[in-house]
Every structure is written in C-alpha cells, then in structure tokens.
Design a protein around this ligand. Structure first.
Ligand SMILES: Cc1ncc(COP(=O)(O)O)c(C=O)c1O
Length: 390
C-alpha cells in the first residue's frame, strides 16, 4: 500500500528550528522583540502601514470588530460560505452576522450580493478571500463608501494572493490573517491584523494585551518599576516570540510557497481541464490566487457525487476534504435571524466541492497519484450520488 497523501502539510525546516532555538536561549519566549519584528516585516510585505500580531485570525477578527466600532444591535454582512470564525466575529461584540450569497466562480462576496443583504442596522462588511481567491474589492469598497460601512477583509487564507497587482488586503479598512498550519505561512497558531489607520492599530495593539498602556515587553525591559494602567476591558490575544520567530522565517519563504503551489495547480489543471464534469478553482480576471485551497466542484454529469468521489480517493490513500462550510447551516446559527436573503450558490458550492491535496513539498509522483485516481473515477460507470468503488 503506498503512503497516504495528506490534503496539506506545513513547510517547516531547519531554519525554523534555529530561529526557535535562538528565542529559547535568549530567555524571552513571550510576546517581545521578535513579535514586533514580525509585525513590521509582515506589514511591509503586505503594503500596509501597521501590523498587530495576535494569537489567531479569529482574535484578529474580534479586534477588528472592536476597533471598527461595531456595537450590539449592529448588523455585519458576512458570507455564510466561510469558516465559522467569520460569522462569529460580529457575534462576539453583540452584533448580528447577516449572511450574503457568493459568486459561483470565486466563492466570494460581490457588491451585488452584499447590497441585497444590507439592512438599516448594517455598519460593516467582512469580505473573505476564500481559499486564497482574491475578493473583487473595488466594487465592495465603492459600496461601503456609499453607505459609510467599515470594510474588513478576512484574508485568513490570502497571504501571497494579489488583487490588481498588489497584495490582497491593501484596499480594506482592516485586514485579518491566519497562520494556522492549514494556511501557507504558519506559526503553529497565530494571526495578524493589518491596517493603514494608526489609531486603530494602536488601540488593537493595546487591546490584545489586556488594554495595558505599557506593554509587557516594555515593562520587563525597564530597570525602573513601571506603573501600567488598564484603559478599557482588553483581551489576551498575544502571539509569542517563539511563534513570531517561525513567522519571520516563513515570511521569507512565502514567495516560493506561492510559486510552487501555482505550479502544482497548473499541473493539476493540465489533466483535470479535460474532465468536463470537474470544475477547478482558477485565478479571477483581476488577481491571482495562492491556491491555499485547490478545490474542485463536482458537476452533475460526473459518475459519482462529491461524497462518492471522496471515498474513491480515500480508497487510493488520498485524503481530500469537503469544500468550505456554510455557517448558516450549523447548529450554532440554528434559528438565527441573520438569513435575510436566499443562499443558493453557497449551498451548492458547500454540497458539491472538495479540496484536493496540495502542499509546497508535494512531489510529481504524489500529484500523479491524485490525478490518476480522479481520472479513473471519471471513467467509472457509477451513477451520480454513488458511494465509492463498485
Ligand atoms: C476565512 C477564515 N477566517 C478565519 C479563520 C480562523 O483562523 P484561525 O484558525 O487563525 O483563528 C479561518 C481558518 O480556517 C478562515 O479560513
């Protein structure tokens, strides 16, 4: 039996080990100078003024809601077609996530789908670069400016993707990033909030550290005792220097990660484009994806449904994943009042897409094994909705 092929593997190596070792031997392992370096380097790489490192993208989304001034009773338009953290962020501050549908090709919000979901209480929009595919931000920017809404970009999956020739996230008021191992650039767990608004960055930086007016790093670096005060109710959303040291190494590898993933996507497409009943994710006309998720939609003509195809791949030792979830269908949002428009595209994509293995260190042999399995499934004589090999 050949070795199992995972859907994703982080690309970590000796450089990360050295970086973490240096932090350990320095004696400063909590949030400190490495975190500050990582924030500066990441913000520079993304073409924005400020980076605030956090313990996760979920924490960064929560902070984004607070600094954007989203309050109890507000509505925030979000895609249901996203990891549930996107919808949870407004909920954390007492606001209501209102679900908008997505574009069938990109899986992202559009200005039209957001406008259809606006209510008199809407104060913000969270647009997602789903699976790394850049959201078409300019029309959303225009819409948000017209209605005076804060535009947050959930770029959890988007490091290395571009929009109109620049990194994603540049055109939003606040952008959030994830460094979970399912993403390209990983720090184990971790996230970042970026913004060009210095006041928001400053407030987020304080809030992630209990809203202390003197950071723990400054307090410990000072020989004289400092007296800090707590300016409002804050959080512990800190990143550690151990994580930041890994992040700095990973950031230096991001370009190569994207290059390799885009080459793998091209290799997949060389064969899969000849299977008319599988539709592969692709670059939109206005940008490039980092292929954080290489997803395919199983169209009605394919000999088996999505579940059947996942079983088929599993029998060949290949681990695929169901496509992006639909938050409005989860028990956490059962009976939720925030579904004000139908979500047919979300439901179709959630039910019929799957994510294929892709990671920077994937070999040509591994990719061939996945492709061969898909081709044999396409040539099988099973009926739609079938469940695995005959
Ligand atoms: C679109 C989106 N937003 C937010 C998150 C949450 O990220 P984290 O695990 O870093 O909190 C994820 C994670 O999968 C995501 O895909």
């Amino acid at each position: 039996m050949s070795e199992r092929i995972n859907v994703m593997r982080p690309w970590l190596g000796a450089e990360e080990v050295t970086a973490v070792t240096e932090v350990i031997t320095s004696g400063w392992v909590a949030q400190g100078p490495r975190t500050a370096d990582f924030e500066r380097a990441f913000a520079r790489a993304q073409g924005v003024g400020h980076g605030v490192a956090t313990s996760s993208c979920t924490a960064a989304l929560h902070l984004a809601m607070v600094v954007a001034g989203v309050r109890p009773g507000d509505d925030v338009v979000v895609p249901s077609f996203s990891f549930i953290a996107t919808a949870n962020a407004p909920t954390y501050v007492g606001a209501r996530p209102v679900f908008a549908d997505v574009d069938p090709t990109t899986g992202n919000l559009t200005a039209q789908s957001v406008e259809a979901a606006l209510t008199p209480a809407t104060t913000a929009v969270i647009a997602v670069d789903q699976g790394g595919v850049p959201v078409d931000l300019a029309p959303l920017r225009e819409l948000c400016d017209r209605y005076s809404l804060v535009l947050v970009e959930d770029a959890a999956c988007g490091a290395g993707s571009t929009y109109e020739g620049r990194p994603v996230g540049v055109g939003a008021d606040l952008t959030t990033w994830s460094f979970h191992p399912r993403k390209l650039l990983t720090t184990g767990e971790g996230g970042m909030l970026t913004t060009s608004n210095p006041e928001w960055a400053e407030r987020a930086r304080r809030l992630r550290e209990h809203a202390m007016d003197v950071s723990a790093a400054d307090r410990h670096a000072s020989v004289l005792p400092t007296r800090e005060s707590y300016t409002e109710i804050g959080f512990n959303f800190r990143m550690t220097d151990l994580q930041a040291a890994i992040g700095l190494v990973q950031l230096g590898r991001l370009e190569e990660m994207v290059r390799r993933r885009r080459a793998l996507a091209a290799d997949y497409r060389e064969v899969l484009d000849s299977l008319p009943d599988l539709r592969c994710v692709a670059d939109p006309p206005y940008g490039t994806t980092n292929f954080q998720s290489f997803w395919v939609e199983v169209l009605p003509g394919f000999p088996m449904g999505r579940e059947g195809l996942m079983s088929w791949l599993a029998a060949d030792g290949i681990s695929a994943r169901r496509g992006i979830m639909a938050a409005h269908r989860e028990p956490a949002y059962a009976g939720h009042s925030g579904q004000v428009v139908p979500l047919p595209v979300t439901e179709r994509l959630t039910d019929h897409t799957l994510i294929l293995p892709m990671y920077a260190t994937m070999t040509a042999e591994e990719l061939d094994r996945v492709v061969d399995s898909l081709v044999s499934a396409a040539r099988s004589a099973m009926r739609p909705g079938g469940g695995g090999r005959p």
